[in-house]
Design a protein around this ligand. Structure first.
Ligand code: AMP
Ligand code: MG
Length: 449
């Protein structure tokens, strides 16, 4: 196993060699055989990462709009870089591995339930074909850590195309132009080989637009879209207080810390644009003011095109005239918005030629359906990209509660199977299809930091 880091070798000003904490009793809770085999890693090799030194990565970030120059891996370490069977270099990263020079007031630890949440949501996004970091393994540490209540500690091992974030560029920009250039050269070589600086910026923008448009299609609310949680690769990262909104509700907020609703469902496209404008600022010496301004001025229109393309695919009408398909797609979203029908159930019903129970909105729905059907939607294609199952909030919370509080893993194991098979209806999984019941009430999610 290679024990040096290409990132650390090229960009020493962006990391510190550091050892994980020692844990009393590590126990494997979860292991993703598919992820491991793509990286040719055995369970033993993965477990060994927890006892070997790695690198704490430095970054800055705008958290809820406020700039913090010194964030970094406060409870995480880059453990290794390994080569995927497809030839790309992949980061193996620990979360909950103890204090680092970036820990500030924190204990560097992570509780078990939020690490399992990351497993559930990253699996769900991966199987919905949304770019995301992957969960490779979770270990309980045998340690009690102090939160509101004492919690069992855990370490998550996750993989990513890289952990370079907008916040990494913000950190480098404060160290001067040479360092931004070094980071940018590295990021280009690793993620967008052959592109120049301007093309690099455009590629990051396009990757992030696509990811966020996909979130929007399924109702995913990330919850903490700080610039340090916005990757250069376009991968979704840091599943803290995330959740799915069942209905198209732009005001949906689940995170207990997002009191102003900055990261509410409907704000996500604008927020990623804002974060990318921060990246543009870091890159100004490399891409020039005029170019940066032009790109950012076009952001809204370009995002709209990506969004329309995403919806046309979901509605099986990519082959139709773009103007017509955009009109039908926009009207569908407007309909989902004011009818507040369940996004997943409705999209799947369209794919399966089933009735959509539109209640008071039946007339409007029927009129829309006629226009949509006239475009000859490809329903077979739709069934491969419109899921039957998403991780419904009440199921996630029940599964975690059952396991963490009552040591009963059955529901959690079943939920993991469900999110890994979102497109195939299974007669045993009827309860996983149901929208979150009203009595579940307004759902609140926590970072677990
Ligand atoms: P996150 O909300 O996970 O994206 O983390 C934001 C920042 O807070 C990062 O710099 C983390 O490393 C840091 N952080 C979160 N939790 C802890 C913790 N328990 N101990 C130390 N640092 C933490
Ligand atoms: Mg983060």
């Amino acid at each position: 196993m290679k024990r040096e880091s290409e990132f650390a070798t090229h960009l020493p000003f962006l990391c510190q060699h550091w050892s994980p904490a020692q844990f009393p009793e590590l126990r494997e809770e979860f292991f993703a055989t598919d992820v491991a085999s793509d990286l040719r890693l055995t369970p033993g090799q993965v477990a060994d990462f927890l006892s070997q030194p790695g690198w704490a990565m430095a970054y800055s970030g705008h958290q809820f709009g406020q700039f913090l120059p010194m964030l970094g891996d406060g409870r995480a370490l880059l453990a290794a870089e390994v080569t995927h069977t497809d030839g790309t270099l992949i980061d193996v990263h620990l979360k909950g591995s103890g204090r680092t020079p970036f820990s500030r007031g924190g204990d560097g630890k992570a509780p078990l339930a939020p690490m399992w949440r990351e497993v559930i949501y990253s699996l769900a996004l991966h199987h919905l074909q949304i770019p995301t970091t992957r969960a490779l393994a979770v270990y309980s540490t045998g340690e009690k850590i102090q939160r509101q209540l004492p919690e069992n500690g855990a370490v998550l091992v996750r993989t990513a195309a890289s952990h370079i974030r907008v916040g990494t560029f913000q950190f480098a920009a404060r160290q001067g132009e040479d360092n931004v250039r070094a980071l940018c050269d590295y990021a280009i070589a690793r993620h967008y080989p052959g592109l120049n600086y301007q093309e690099f910026f455009q590629a990051v923008v396009r990757a992030q637009m696509r990811t966020v448009a996909q979130w929007m299609r399924f109702g995913f609310v990330h919850g903490v879209m700080n610039t340090d949680n916005t990757t250069i690769s376009g991968e979704t990262i840091d599943f803290g207080p995330c959740a799915f909104t069942d209905t198209y509700n732009p005001q949906a907020v689940f995170s207990s810390i997002d009191t102003q609703g900055r990261y509410q469902f409907g704000n996500q496209p604008a927020i990623v644009g804002w974060n990318l404008a921060r990246l543009a600022e870091c890159l100004l010496p490399l891409i020039g003011m005029e170019f940066a301004q032009k790109e950012m001025n076009n952001f809204g229109a370009n995002y709209h095109d990506v969004w329309m393309d995403e919806l046309a695919q979901a509605l099986g009408i990519s082959h139709a005239d773009p103007a017509l398909s955009a009109e039908v797609s926009s009207d569908w979203i407007a309909f989902l918005h004011h009818s507040q029908l369940d996004i997943t159930t409705s999209m799947r019903a369209l794919s399966e030629n089933k009735e959509v129970n539109a209640g008071a909105f039946a007339l409007e729905f029927d009129a829309w359906r006629l226009r949509w059907e006239s475009l000859n939607p490809n329903k077979e294609l739709m069934r491969g990209i419109n899921p039957v199952y998403i991780p419904r909030n009440h199921m996630v919370e029940h599964a975690l509660e059952q396991y963490v509080r009552h040591q009963d893993r059955d529901l959690l194991d079943q939920l993991i199977k469900v999110v890994c098979n979102p497109y195939q209806r299974n007669p045993n999984w009827v309860e996983f299809e149901q929208p979150t019941p009203e009595e579940f009430g307004p759902h609140r999610t926590f970072c677990g930091t």
